[in-house]
Design a protein around this ligand. Structure first.
Ligand code: NAP
Length: 329
């Protein structure tokens, strides 16, 4: 099956970056098709209150905010396919994207498929996600004022999360499966100097205890296998993120961790007409607001690219106005 029409723009991904790109592109009359994913909304769908997105002074629930983003782009004509892209061919124009056996074609593509936090993969974790178990201290630390929380991981993210949590929680315990850290020395030094923080080394979390809320954890020594229980109000999993780039790694330039590489100061990838926005190309900031910002950049970059194509009529924002050209000429 094939959608015969070659579109101007296809956006892959339905998170803050994808919907912001869709909003700008739709308002520029590019009639974007957003293939938003079966589980649209991205990482914010597993976040409870979002208190750090400007414009929501009273905070907002993550899913509600994503629904607002989605509706706003739809209002200007963005079209949605609520399914997952299964294959892409970015080797020639038009660029092609498949959802199962349905083929779509476009002159420009914005990749905004985000990243996924790594989770421990234990059963009780699933049950407590968003209810005491989080993968984002920046989002959820303030709900743990004067509480006792654990952080899992031994890299810079875990240390950053643990240090941030000490501003709110009474006690923060960092659990790491080895007795050596992957984190940079400066982070370890800072953590060691922080009186609210302590370490549980050579240990892993095997179960999260509690019914409606987290009340404790069962830990296991990775050296002796011995298990013990601790009381806890929350658990932050900070064992890294993986960019959702499996579909693109053999076609777009990426770094060793799989993040797409964009030209500095732009969202251009190494393939003309293909742009990347949000967490799929950013392992540093990873915030909804920065993802939205780069989604806007990608739409503007795509708009300029389309206007530059030979024989393309251009758009109001980028093409020179005829009268201006006459005056100049
Ligand atoms: P990372 O460096 O890959 O560290 C992941 C940590 O999680 C490792 O200590 C690893 O243990 C542990 N881990 C992985 N899977 C686990 C599992 N299933 N159970 C228990 N522990 C597990 O990831 P990251 O900390 O997210 O950092 C990613 C990149 O971003 C790094 O380059 C980092 O330097 C950078 N970053 C920088 C900053 C900063 O400079 N401010 C902040 C955040 C991140 P092992 O050590 O045993 O493998």
């Amino acid at each position: 099956m094939s959608d015969q029409h070659v579109r101007e723009l296809i956006i892959i991904g339905g998170g803050p970056a994808g919907y912001t790109a869709a909003l700008y592109a739709a308002r520029a009359d590019l009639e974007p098709l957003v293939i938003e994913g079966f589980a649209w909304g991205g990482q914010l769908m597993i976040t409870s209150d979002v208190e750090n997105y400007p414009g929501y002074p009273d905070g907002v629930m993550g899913p509600e905010m994503m629904s607002d983003f989605r509706r706003q782009a739809e209002r200007f004509g963005a079209e949605y396919v609520t399914d997952d892209v299964t294959r892409v061919d970015l080797s020639q124009q038009p660029l092609r994207v498949w959802v199962g056996d349905m083929e779509y074609a476009a002159r420009a593509v914005i990749v905004a498929t985000g990243a996924s936090a790594r989770w421990l993969g234990i059963e009780s974790e699933e049950q407590h996600k968003g209810r005491g178990v989080s993968a984002c201290a920046t989002c959820d630390a303030s709900f743990f004022r004067e509480k006792d929380v654990y952080v899992v991981g031994g890299g810079d993210s875990a240390f950053e999360e643990a240090l941030f949590l000490t501003k709110f929680a009474d006690r923060v315990h960092l659990v790491h499966r080895r007795d050596e850290f992957r984190a940079s020395r400066i982070m370890v030094d800072r953590a060691e100097a922080n009186e609210k923080l302590d370490f549980v080394l050579s240990a892993e979390v095997v179960e999260i205890l509690g019914d409606d809320k987290v009340t404790g954890l069962r830990l296991r020594s990775t050296e002796t296998g011995e298990q013990w229980q601790v009381s806890a109000d929350g658990l932050f999993v900070a064992i890294g993120h993986d960019p959702n780039t499996a579909l693109f790694v053999d076609q777009l330039e990426h770094d060793a961790a799989g993040y797409l590489v964009t030209r500095p100061g732009s969202t251009e990838t190494n393939v003309p007409g293909v742009f990347a926005a949000g967490d799929v190309q950013d392992h540093t900031y990873r915030q909804a607001i920065t993802a939205a910002g780069s989604g806007c950049m990608a739409a503007l970059d795509a708009e300029r690219f389309l206007a530059s194509l030979e024989g393309h009529p251009g758009t109001a924002a980028t093409a020179p106005r005829p009268e201006a050209a006459e005056v100049a000429g």
